[in-house]
Design a protein around this ligand. Structure first.
Ligand code: ATP
Ligand code: MG
Length: 420
Protein backbone atom coordinates (compact mmCIF):
# COMPACT_ATOMS: atom_id res chain seq x y z
CA UNK A 1 0.00 0.00 0.00
CA UNK A 2 2.86 2.36 0.78
CA UNK A 3 3.47 2.77 -2.92
CA UNK A 4 -0.07 3.78 -3.88
CA UNK A 5 -0.98 7.37 -4.53
CA UNK A 6 -3.53 8.86 -2.13
CA UNK A 7 -6.15 11.53 -2.73
CA UNK A 8 -5.16 15.10 -1.86
CA UNK A 9 -5.72 15.83 1.84
CA UNK A 10 -9.16 17.29 2.49
CA UNK A 11 -10.49 16.11 -0.88
CA UNK A 12 -12.79 13.12 -0.59
CA UNK A 13 -13.94 10.28 -2.79
CA UNK A 14 -17.63 9.46 -2.77
CA UNK A 15 -17.74 5.68 -2.95
CA UNK A 16 -20.61 3.68 -4.52
CA UNK A 17 -22.06 2.80 -1.11
CA UNK A 18 -22.66 6.51 -0.53
CA UNK A 19 -23.34 7.71 -4.05
CA UNK A 20 -27.06 6.97 -3.85
CA UNK A 21 -27.39 9.42 -0.95
CA UNK A 22 -25.74 12.10 -3.07
CA UNK A 23 -28.05 11.20 -5.96
CA UNK A 24 -31.12 11.43 -3.70
CA UNK A 25 -29.91 14.81 -2.44
CA UNK A 26 -29.25 16.14 -5.95
CA UNK A 27 -32.61 14.96 -7.29
CA UNK A 28 -34.45 16.42 -4.32
CA UNK A 29 -32.65 19.73 -4.79
CA UNK A 30 -33.50 19.85 -8.52
CA UNK A 31 -37.20 19.18 -7.88
CA UNK A 32 -37.26 21.76 -5.12
CA UNK A 33 -35.61 24.46 -7.27
CA UNK A 34 -37.96 23.79 -10.17
CA UNK A 35 -40.89 24.21 -7.79
CA UNK A 36 -39.72 27.81 -7.29
CA UNK A 37 -38.85 28.58 -10.91
CA UNK A 38 -35.06 28.73 -10.53
CA UNK A 39 -32.96 27.95 -13.59
CA UNK A 40 -29.65 26.15 -13.65
CA UNK A 41 -26.43 27.93 -14.60
CA UNK A 42 -23.07 26.16 -14.86
CA UNK A 43 -19.86 28.11 -14.56
CA UNK A 44 -16.24 27.02 -14.96
CA UNK A 45 -14.38 25.80 -11.89
CA UNK A 46 -11.39 28.02 -12.68
CA UNK A 47 -11.67 31.81 -12.88
CA UNK A 48 -9.26 34.73 -13.02
CA UNK A 49 -7.90 35.37 -9.54
CA UNK A 50 -8.87 39.02 -9.86
CA UNK A 51 -12.56 38.09 -9.95
CA UNK A 52 -12.48 36.66 -6.43
CA UNK A 53 -10.33 39.49 -5.10
CA UNK A 54 -12.85 41.98 -6.37
CA UNK A 55 -15.99 40.08 -5.49
CA UNK A 56 -15.09 38.60 -2.12
CA UNK A 57 -12.74 41.32 -0.92
CA UNK A 58 -9.00 41.25 -0.25
CA UNK A 59 -9.38 41.27 3.54
CA UNK A 60 -11.33 38.06 3.97
CA UNK A 61 -10.28 34.59 5.13
CA UNK A 62 -11.01 33.23 1.70
CA UNK A 63 -8.86 35.64 -0.29
CA UNK A 64 -6.17 36.04 2.34
CA UNK A 65 -5.42 32.40 2.93
CA UNK A 66 -7.86 29.90 1.48
CA UNK A 67 -7.62 30.13 -2.30
CA UNK A 68 -5.93 27.62 -4.57
CA UNK A 69 -4.20 30.07 -6.86
CA UNK A 70 -1.69 29.21 -9.56
CA UNK A 71 -0.06 30.77 -12.57
CA UNK A 72 -1.08 29.46 -15.98
CA UNK A 73 2.37 28.68 -17.31
CA UNK A 74 1.25 29.22 -20.89
CA UNK A 75 0.44 32.89 -20.54
CA UNK A 76 1.37 33.92 -17.01
CA UNK A 77 -2.27 34.58 -15.97
CA UNK A 78 -3.13 34.13 -12.30
CA UNK A 79 -6.01 31.66 -11.98
CA UNK A 80 -7.92 30.32 -8.98
CA UNK A 81 -10.07 27.27 -8.27
CA UNK A 82 -13.42 28.75 -7.30
CA UNK A 83 -13.81 28.99 -3.50
CA UNK A 84 -17.52 29.86 -3.87
CA UNK A 85 -20.01 30.35 -6.67
CA UNK A 86 -21.50 33.82 -6.38
CA UNK A 87 -18.56 35.63 -8.00
CA UNK A 88 -18.51 33.36 -11.05
CA UNK A 89 -22.30 33.42 -11.34
CA UNK A 90 -22.46 37.22 -11.36
CA UNK A 91 -19.52 37.35 -13.76
CA UNK A 92 -21.38 35.03 -16.15
CA UNK A 93 -24.60 37.02 -15.84
CA UNK A 94 -22.76 40.23 -16.73
CA UNK A 95 -20.65 38.70 -19.47
CA UNK A 96 -23.75 37.32 -21.21
CA UNK A 97 -25.97 40.26 -20.39
CA UNK A 98 -28.63 38.10 -18.75
CA UNK A 99 -30.04 41.04 -16.82
CA UNK A 100 -30.76 42.91 -20.04
CA UNK A 101 -34.51 42.82 -19.74
CA UNK A 102 -35.51 40.46 -17.00
CA UNK A 103 -34.50 39.59 -13.46
CA UNK A 104 -33.04 36.15 -12.97
CA UNK A 105 -33.57 33.29 -10.54
CA UNK A 106 -30.52 31.03 -10.86
CA UNK A 107 -28.95 28.03 -9.18
CA UNK A 108 -25.84 25.88 -9.49
CA UNK A 109 -24.31 22.94 -7.70
CA UNK A 110 -20.74 21.73 -7.66
CA UNK A 111 -17.33 21.56 -6.04
CA UNK A 112 -15.66 24.52 -4.33
CA UNK A 113 -12.06 24.67 -3.15
CA UNK A 114 -10.62 26.26 -0.03
CA UNK A 115 -7.26 25.64 1.55
CA UNK A 116 -8.48 25.14 5.12
CA UNK A 117 -7.41 22.77 7.88
CA UNK A 118 -9.43 19.63 7.11
CA UNK A 119 -11.72 18.45 9.92
CA UNK A 120 -15.25 17.14 10.29
CA UNK A 121 -17.49 19.30 8.09
CA UNK A 122 -14.56 21.28 6.71
CA UNK A 123 -12.83 20.06 3.59
CA UNK A 124 -10.59 21.44 0.87
CA UNK A 125 -12.86 20.27 -1.89
CA UNK A 126 -16.46 20.50 -0.80
CA UNK A 127 -19.76 21.00 -2.56
CA UNK A 128 -22.28 23.77 -2.50
CA UNK A 129 -25.72 24.33 -3.89
CA UNK A 130 -25.90 28.04 -4.65
CA UNK A 131 -29.09 29.99 -5.30
CA UNK A 132 -28.95 33.57 -6.62
CA UNK A 133 -31.71 36.02 -7.49
CA UNK A 134 -30.62 39.05 -9.48
CA UNK A 135 -32.71 42.12 -10.10
CA UNK A 136 -35.07 41.78 -7.14
CA UNK A 137 -34.83 44.59 -4.59
CA UNK A 138 -37.66 43.91 -2.15
CA UNK A 139 -37.79 41.82 1.02
CA UNK A 140 -40.24 39.46 -0.70
CA UNK A 141 -37.25 37.84 -2.41
CA UNK A 142 -35.31 37.55 0.85
CA UNK A 143 -38.40 35.89 2.32
CA UNK A 144 -38.78 33.56 -0.68
CA UNK A 145 -35.22 32.32 -0.32
CA UNK A 146 -35.58 31.69 3.39
CA UNK A 147 -38.93 29.94 2.99
CA UNK A 148 -37.32 27.78 0.30
CA UNK A 149 -34.73 26.63 2.82
CA UNK A 150 -37.39 25.59 5.30
CA UNK A 151 -39.11 23.53 2.61
CA UNK A 152 -35.89 21.81 1.56
CA UNK A 153 -35.04 20.66 5.08
CA UNK A 154 -38.49 19.09 5.26
CA UNK A 155 -38.06 17.39 1.88
CA UNK A 156 -34.72 15.97 2.99
CA UNK A 157 -36.25 14.67 6.21
CA UNK A 158 -34.15 16.98 8.41
CA UNK A 159 -35.06 18.64 11.67
CA UNK A 160 -33.18 20.75 14.22
CA UNK A 161 -32.02 23.39 11.75
CA UNK A 162 -32.61 26.81 13.27
CA UNK A 163 -32.80 30.06 11.34
CA UNK A 164 -30.87 33.13 12.41
CA UNK A 165 -31.35 36.45 10.66
CA UNK A 166 -29.84 39.89 10.90
CA UNK A 167 -29.56 43.04 8.86
CA UNK A 168 -26.40 44.83 7.81
CA UNK A 169 -28.37 47.92 6.84
CA UNK A 170 -27.93 49.98 3.71
CA UNK A 171 -24.39 50.77 2.60
CA UNK A 172 -24.75 54.18 4.33
CA UNK A 173 -25.93 52.56 7.56
CA UNK A 174 -23.03 50.21 7.32
CA UNK A 175 -20.51 53.01 6.79
CA UNK A 176 -21.89 54.92 9.77
CA UNK A 177 -21.80 51.82 11.91
CA UNK A 178 -18.31 51.02 10.79
CA UNK A 179 -16.89 54.20 12.29
CA UNK A 180 -18.78 53.63 15.55
CA UNK A 181 -17.47 50.10 15.72
CA UNK A 182 -13.87 51.12 14.95
CA UNK A 183 -14.03 53.73 17.71
CA UNK A 184 -15.30 51.11 20.16
CA UNK A 185 -12.69 48.54 19.16
CA UNK A 186 -9.89 51.12 19.35
CA UNK A 187 -10.97 51.68 22.93
CA UNK A 188 -10.32 47.99 23.62
CA UNK A 189 -7.16 47.58 21.59
CA UNK A 190 -5.36 45.61 24.31
CA UNK A 191 -8.09 42.92 24.19
CA UNK A 192 -8.03 42.40 20.42
CA UNK A 193 -6.31 39.32 19.02
CA UNK A 194 -3.89 39.58 16.13
CA UNK A 195 -6.46 38.89 13.40
CA UNK A 196 -8.83 41.47 14.77
CA UNK A 197 -6.14 44.13 15.02
CA UNK A 198 -5.26 43.54 11.42
CA UNK A 199 -8.94 43.81 10.45
CA UNK A 200 -9.67 46.79 12.63
CA UNK A 201 -9.27 49.26 9.79
CA UNK A 202 -9.55 47.06 6.71
CA UNK A 203 -12.69 45.08 7.57
CA UNK A 204 -13.85 45.83 11.12
CA UNK A 205 -17.24 44.10 10.78
CA UNK A 206 -15.37 40.84 10.45
CA UNK A 207 -14.12 41.27 14.01
CA UNK A 208 -17.69 40.45 15.11
CA UNK A 209 -17.39 37.19 13.20
CA UNK A 210 -14.34 36.08 15.21
CA UNK A 211 -14.57 32.55 16.59
CA UNK A 212 -11.83 33.19 19.17
CA UNK A 213 -13.38 32.55 22.63
CA UNK A 214 -11.14 35.21 24.17
CA UNK A 215 -12.81 37.80 21.92
CA UNK A 216 -16.39 36.96 22.84
CA UNK A 217 -16.63 39.42 25.73
CA UNK A 218 -15.59 42.43 23.72
CA UNK A 219 -17.87 41.34 20.87
CA UNK A 220 -20.85 41.11 23.24
CA UNK A 221 -20.21 44.67 24.34
CA UNK A 222 -19.89 46.13 20.85
CA UNK A 223 -22.46 48.62 19.56
CA UNK A 224 -25.18 47.00 17.47
CA UNK A 225 -25.90 47.93 13.87
CA UNK A 226 -29.55 47.14 14.50
CA UNK A 227 -29.78 50.09 16.91
CA UNK A 228 -28.84 52.65 14.28
CA UNK A 229 -30.62 51.63 11.11
CA UNK A 230 -31.92 54.03 8.49
CA UNK A 231 -35.61 54.02 7.64
CA UNK A 232 -35.24 51.89 4.49
CA UNK A 233 -33.23 49.17 6.12
CA UNK A 234 -35.51 49.07 9.13
CA UNK A 235 -38.57 48.68 6.93
CA UNK A 236 -36.88 46.01 4.78
CA UNK A 237 -35.99 44.05 7.90
CA UNK A 238 -39.41 44.41 9.51
CA UNK A 239 -41.19 43.42 6.30
CA UNK A 240 -39.00 40.36 6.02
CA UNK A 241 -39.84 39.36 9.58
CA UNK A 242 -43.55 39.74 9.08
CA UNK A 243 -43.42 37.65 5.87
CA UNK A 244 -41.56 34.92 7.70
CA UNK A 245 -44.07 35.01 10.52
CA UNK A 246 -47.00 34.70 8.16
CA UNK A 247 -45.28 31.78 6.41
CA UNK A 248 -44.83 30.10 9.77
CA UNK A 249 -41.03 30.08 9.57
CA UNK A 250 -39.46 30.49 12.99
CA UNK A 251 -36.36 32.63 13.34
CA UNK A 252 -34.09 34.25 15.84
CA UNK A 253 -32.41 37.63 15.38
CA UNK A 254 -28.68 37.32 15.90
CA UNK A 255 -27.23 40.81 15.90
CA UNK A 256 -23.72 39.44 15.64
CA UNK A 257 -24.40 37.65 12.42
CA UNK A 258 -22.21 39.22 9.76
CA UNK A 259 -21.23 37.37 6.64
CA UNK A 260 -17.60 36.64 5.90
CA UNK A 261 -17.98 38.13 2.46
CA UNK A 262 -17.82 41.85 1.95
CA UNK A 263 -20.61 42.44 -0.52
CA UNK A 264 -23.58 41.77 1.72
CA UNK A 265 -26.07 44.45 2.83
CA UNK A 266 -29.60 44.38 4.28
CA UNK A 267 -30.67 40.82 5.19
CA UNK A 268 -28.22 38.13 6.18
CA UNK A 269 -29.23 34.70 7.37
CA UNK A 270 -27.83 31.38 8.44
CA UNK A 271 -29.37 27.99 9.01
CA UNK A 272 -27.57 26.36 11.91
CA UNK A 273 -27.74 22.99 13.61
CA UNK A 274 -26.25 21.98 16.93
CA UNK A 275 -26.00 18.34 15.83
CA UNK A 276 -22.73 18.64 13.91
CA UNK A 277 -20.35 20.12 16.44
CA UNK A 278 -18.41 23.25 15.56
CA UNK A 279 -19.24 23.15 11.84
CA UNK A 280 -22.95 23.72 12.39
CA UNK A 281 -23.82 26.22 9.66
CA UNK A 282 -25.41 24.26 6.83
CA UNK A 283 -26.62 27.20 4.77
CA UNK A 284 -25.76 30.88 4.66
CA UNK A 285 -26.84 33.80 2.57
CA UNK A 286 -28.25 37.23 2.26
CA UNK A 287 -28.53 40.30 0.12
CA UNK A 288 -25.56 41.67 -1.82
CA UNK A 289 -26.87 44.64 -3.74
CA UNK A 290 -23.37 46.08 -4.22
CA UNK A 291 -21.74 43.22 -6.04
CA UNK A 292 -23.08 43.59 -9.58
CA UNK A 293 -21.80 47.15 -9.79
CA UNK A 294 -18.54 46.18 -8.13
CA UNK A 295 -18.00 43.68 -10.91
CA UNK A 296 -18.58 46.31 -13.57
CA UNK A 297 -22.30 45.93 -14.25
CA UNK A 298 -25.09 48.45 -14.02
CA UNK A 299 -26.27 48.51 -10.41
CA UNK A 300 -28.68 45.65 -9.73
CA UNK A 301 -30.10 44.20 -6.54
CA UNK A 302 -29.22 40.67 -5.68
CA UNK A 303 -29.58 38.09 -2.99
CA UNK A 304 -28.63 34.49 -2.61
CA UNK A 305 -27.46 31.68 -0.42
CA UNK A 306 -25.19 28.68 -0.48
CA UNK A 307 -25.48 25.44 1.38
CA UNK A 308 -22.78 22.99 2.28
CA UNK A 309 -23.71 19.64 0.79
CA UNK A 310 -21.33 17.55 2.94
CA UNK A 311 -22.72 19.10 6.11
CA UNK A 312 -26.32 18.43 5.06
CA UNK A 313 -25.48 14.84 4.17
CA UNK A 314 -23.73 14.44 7.52
CA UNK A 315 -26.87 15.72 9.21
CA UNK A 316 -29.00 13.26 7.22
CA UNK A 317 -26.74 10.51 8.47
CA UNK A 318 -26.82 11.81 12.03
CA UNK A 319 -30.61 11.96 11.94
CA UNK A 320 -30.77 8.50 10.36
CA UNK A 321 -32.64 9.59 7.27
CA UNK A 322 -32.87 6.28 5.41
CA UNK A 323 -32.24 6.34 1.67
CA UNK A 324 -32.55 2.82 0.28
CA UNK A 325 -29.97 1.86 -2.30
CA UNK A 326 -31.52 0.90 -5.62
CA UNK A 327 -30.72 -2.73 -6.38
CA UNK A 328 -31.05 -4.25 -9.86
CA UNK A 329 -34.31 -5.99 -10.71
CA UNK A 330 -32.48 -9.05 -11.96
CA UNK A 331 -29.12 -10.77 -12.19
CA UNK A 332 -28.68 -12.93 -15.27
CA UNK A 333 -26.95 -16.25 -14.74
CA UNK A 334 -25.95 -18.14 -17.89
CA UNK A 335 -23.86 -21.22 -18.63
CA UNK A 336 -23.28 -22.74 -22.07
CA UNK A 337 -22.39 -21.35 -25.48
CA UNK A 338 -25.94 -21.01 -26.79
CA UNK A 339 -27.04 -19.71 -23.37
CA UNK A 340 -24.38 -16.97 -23.42
CA UNK A 341 -25.57 -15.72 -26.80
CA UNK A 342 -29.25 -15.89 -25.86
CA UNK A 343 -28.63 -14.17 -22.52
CA UNK A 344 -26.79 -11.28 -24.17
CA UNK A 345 -29.74 -10.58 -26.46
CA UNK A 346 -32.46 -11.28 -23.91
CA UNK A 347 -31.00 -8.89 -21.35
CA UNK A 348 -30.91 -6.09 -23.93
CA UNK A 349 -34.59 -6.74 -24.71
CA UNK A 350 -35.37 -6.61 -21.01
CA UNK A 351 -33.58 -3.25 -20.77
CA UNK A 352 -35.56 -2.01 -23.78
CA UNK A 353 -38.63 -2.78 -21.69
CA UNK A 354 -37.31 -0.75 -18.75
CA UNK A 355 -35.83 -3.52 -16.60
CA UNK A 356 -32.63 -2.93 -14.60
CA UNK A 357 -30.56 -6.05 -15.10
CA UNK A 358 -26.98 -7.08 -14.46
CA UNK A 359 -25.57 -9.65 -16.88
CA UNK A 360 -23.07 -11.95 -15.28
CA UNK A 361 -19.67 -11.50 -16.91
CA UNK A 362 -16.59 -13.65 -16.60
CA UNK A 363 -18.07 -17.17 -16.79
CA UNK A 364 -17.98 -19.70 -13.95
CA UNK A 365 -20.30 -22.43 -12.66
CA UNK A 366 -24.04 -22.01 -12.01
CA UNK A 367 -23.31 -22.22 -8.31
CA UNK A 368 -20.74 -19.43 -8.28
CA UNK A 369 -22.94 -17.25 -10.51
CA UNK A 370 -25.94 -17.79 -8.22
CA UNK A 371 -23.82 -16.59 -5.32
CA UNK A 372 -23.09 -13.37 -7.25
CA UNK A 373 -26.80 -13.02 -8.03
CA UNK A 374 -27.55 -13.19 -4.33
CA UNK A 375 -24.84 -10.68 -3.41
CA UNK A 376 -26.06 -8.23 -6.04
CA UNK A 377 -29.23 -7.52 -4.08
CA UNK A 378 -31.34 -8.27 -7.17
CA UNK A 379 -34.92 -9.38 -6.58
CA UNK A 380 -34.73 -12.13 -9.20
CA UNK A 381 -32.14 -14.42 -10.71
CA UNK A 382 -32.73 -15.10 -14.39
CA UNK A 383 -31.24 -18.48 -15.14
CA UNK A 384 -30.36 -19.46 -18.67
CA UNK A 385 -28.82 -22.77 -19.75
CA UNK A 386 -28.60 -24.21 -23.26
CA UNK A 387 -32.06 -25.82 -22.84
CA UNK A 388 -33.67 -22.49 -21.96
CA UNK A 389 -31.83 -20.86 -24.86
CA UNK A 390 -33.14 -23.49 -27.28
CA UNK A 391 -36.69 -22.92 -26.01
CA UNK A 392 -36.30 -19.12 -26.01
CA UNK A 393 -37.24 -19.08 -22.32
CA UNK A 394 -35.86 -17.92 -19.01
CA UNK A 395 -36.02 -19.59 -15.60
CA UNK A 396 -37.15 -16.76 -13.34
CA UNK A 397 -36.19 -17.39 -9.71
CA UNK A 398 -37.34 -15.01 -6.98
CA UNK A 399 -34.50 -14.17 -4.58
CA UNK A 400 -36.03 -11.55 -2.31
CA UNK A 401 -39.72 -11.81 -3.10
CA UNK A 402 -42.16 -14.64 -2.48
CA UNK A 403 -43.04 -17.04 -5.29
CA UNK A 404 -41.90 -20.14 -7.14
CA UNK A 405 -39.37 -20.42 -9.94
CA UNK A 406 -41.10 -20.35 -13.34
CA UNK A 407 -40.22 -20.62 -17.03
CA UNK A 408 -41.20 -17.52 -18.99
CA UNK A 409 -40.64 -15.89 -22.36
CA UNK A 410 -38.64 -12.63 -22.48
CA UNK A 411 -41.70 -10.36 -22.67
CA UNK A 412 -43.45 -12.09 -19.74
CA UNK A 413 -40.23 -11.91 -17.75
CA UNK A 414 -40.09 -8.16 -18.32
CA UNK A 415 -43.67 -7.79 -17.09
CA UNK A 416 -42.89 -9.64 -13.86
CA UNK A 417 -39.65 -7.74 -13.21
CA UNK A 418 -41.28 -4.37 -13.67
CA UNK A 419 -43.71 -4.98 -10.80
CA UNK A 420 -41.41 -3.32 -8.30
P1 ATP B 1 -17.44 28.91 8.02
O1 ATP B 1 -17.71 30.01 8.97
O2 ATP B 1 -17.94 27.54 8.48
O3 ATP B 1 -16.02 28.85 7.53
P2 ATP B 1 -18.10 30.33 5.64
O4 ATP B 1 -18.62 31.62 6.10
O5 ATP B 1 -16.70 30.24 5.16
O6 ATP B 1 -18.34 29.19 6.75
P3 ATP B 1 -19.72 30.35 3.24
O7 ATP B 1 -18.64 30.94 2.44
O8 ATP B 1 -20.87 31.19 3.62
O9 ATP B 1 -19.08 29.69 4.56
O10 ATP B 1 -20.24 29.01 2.53
C1 ATP B 1 -21.58 28.55 2.65
C2 ATP B 1 -21.65 27.17 3.25
O11 ATP B 1 -20.73 26.28 2.64
C3 ATP B 1 -21.27 27.11 4.72
O12 ATP B 1 -22.33 27.48 5.54
C4 ATP B 1 -20.93 25.64 4.90
O13 ATP B 1 -22.11 24.87 5.04
C5 ATP B 1 -20.27 25.31 3.58
N1 ATP B 1 -18.81 25.34 3.69
C6 ATP B 1 -18.01 26.43 3.71
N2 ATP B 1 -16.72 26.08 3.77
C7 ATP B 1 -16.70 24.71 3.81
C8 ATP B 1 -15.66 23.72 3.87
N3 ATP B 1 -14.38 24.05 3.87
N4 ATP B 1 -16.02 22.42 3.89
C9 ATP B 1 -17.32 22.05 3.86
N5 ATP B 1 -18.34 22.93 3.80
C10 ATP B 1 -18.04 24.24 3.77
MG1 MG C 1 -14.90 29.71 6.05
Amino acid sequence: MSNTIQAVRGMNDVLPDHAHIWAFFEETVRDWLHAYGYRNIRMPIVEQTGLFKRAIGEVTDIVEKEMYTFVDSLNGESLTLRPEGTAGCVRAVLQHNLLYNAPQRLWYMGPMFRHERPQKGRYRQFHQVGVESLGFAGPDMDAEQIIMGARLWKKLGLSDIALQINTLGSSEDRARYRSRLVKYLEGHLDQLDEDSRRRLHSNPLRVLDSKNPAMQGIIEGAPRLLDDLGEDALKHFEDLQSMLRSAGVEFEINTRLVRGLDYYNYSVFEWVTDRLGAQGTVCAGGRYDGLVEQLGGKPASACGFAMGVERLLALMEEQKVDIPQAAPDAYVVHVGEAADRFALNAVEQLRDAGVRAVLHCGGGSFKSQMKKADQSGARYALIIGDNEAAAGQIAVKPLRVPGEQSMLGVAETADILKQR
